[in-house]
Write a protein that binds this ligand. Structure first.
Ligand SMILES: [Zn+2]
Length: 124
């Protein structure tokens, strides 16, 4: 969903190619704030991604170092930013999404043993 009107007033001269797709490895200190990865238990090393998804919007999300990405198949959970990028602010927001999403997915994973993307409607 586009949220026009929430455009940052900072004018940057970044060339467009710079925000097509960006990945940065984020290393956090030991903490109890970030939910542990349900696959490998890591909560300190993440890959932060930023990818342009529209003319005036980028998707930003984080993925565990093991490759687990709770937003995979759920682009609506990736947060949109006009400029994108993996700035500390954006990483912080994306980690908040990681926490929320893993909490949301936890009951489903117990049932199926697998965070099956888009499998919620399967009658079984
Ligand atoms: Zn992991």
């Amino acid at each position: 969903m586009k949220r026009k009107g929430i455009t940052r007033k900072i004018k940057r001269t970044t060339p467009k190619t710079d925000r097509s797709e960006v990945m940065r490895v984020v290393r956090l200190r030991e903490n109890t704030r970030i939910t542990h990865c349900p696959k490998c238990g890591n909560n300190t090393i993440f890959k932060a991604f930023s990818s342009q998804c529209a003319e005036d919007a980028c998707e930003v999300w984080v993925e565990c170092e093991c490759g687990y990405d709770p937003t995979f198949g759920r682009p609506e959970y990736r947060f949109e930013d006009v400029w994108g990028g993996t700035s500390p602010d954006n990483v912080e927001t994306a980690l908040g999404v990681w926490n929320d999403l893993i909490a949301d997915l936890a009951p489903k994973m117990e049932e199926t043993g697998n965070p099956a993307p888009g499998g919620e409607n399967e009658a079984r």
